[in-house]
Write a protein that binds this ligand. Structure first.
Ligand SMILES: [Zn+2]
Length: 215
């Protein structure tokens, strides 16, 4: 019998594309952790699958292998859209699937039709998909690619991030110095509402504040 691994030996230690953030309810009778994937998605994985490499990503890796010539961000754009509309555990579900927003049939049935549409309709790395009419579905007629809205990335750069009391210019800077993901920095500084509904508070001596005074 091997000794039980402590959380400190697991949390934050990356296996393949996955970095465990917090222990969650057991899957079957196995310990499980919520992990952040390199692609930014979250997924709950059994500890043994994490360690033996049976699970290496949130699923994006498998998808990428299926469509080796499609840029990862197009694949993630598609997966994100589907999750917002159909995954009740997704944090944005209430604003999409929960309001009856769906993905049009042709895209849902055949991801490669979406990939082709994206490439032919202004997709560039760094852009995000937008629905022109917020009450209509994801479809070729209602979608376009736009620069990310403020409140996501732009806001990250307008704040200082303090981790263990040390100031960083952005969550990305802190992440590269501390060798973790920017999402981990944001969780450590802001705390996070977990899918279980529990709130995990910021770490001691970690916070973020605006660089410019907020009006
Ligand atoms: Zn992933």
């Amino acid at each position: 019998m091997t000794a039980r691994v402590t959380d400190a030996e697991i949390i934050g230690v990356k296996h393949n594309m996955l970095t465990p953030i917090v222990e969650v309810e057991k899957i079957g009778d196995k310990r499980a952790f919520r992990c952040e994937c390199e692609c930014g998605e979250y997924t709950d994985v059994q500890l043994n699958h994490l360690r033996n490499g049976r699970t290496q990503s949130c699923g994006c890796l498998r998808e990428q292998k299926k469509y080796p010539n499609v840029h990862r961000s197009i694949i993630n754009c598609y997966r994100g859209m589907k999750k917002r509309c159909y995954d009740t555990k997704n944090k944005s579900y209430h604003r999409y699937g929960g309001r009856g927003i769906i993905v049009c049939r042709e895209w849902l049935d055949d991801p490669s039709l979406f990939h082709t549409w994206a490439i032919n309709n202004g997709w560039e790395k760094g852009l995000e998909i937008d629905r022109k009419d917020n009450d209509l579905n994801y479809s070729p007629y209602n979608c376009r690619f736009i620069k990310s809205k403020p409140n996501s990335q732009n806001q990250q750069r307008s704040r200082y991030w303090f981790v263990d009391g040390v100031r960083y210019e952005s969550s990305r800077d802190a992440a590269s110095v501390l060798k973790c993901s920017a999402a981990t920095i944001r969780r450590r500084c802001n705390g996070k509402v977990l899918q279980s509904g529990n709130y995990s508070p910021p770490d001691p001596n970690c916070w973020s504040e605006p660089k410019y005074s907020e009006k």
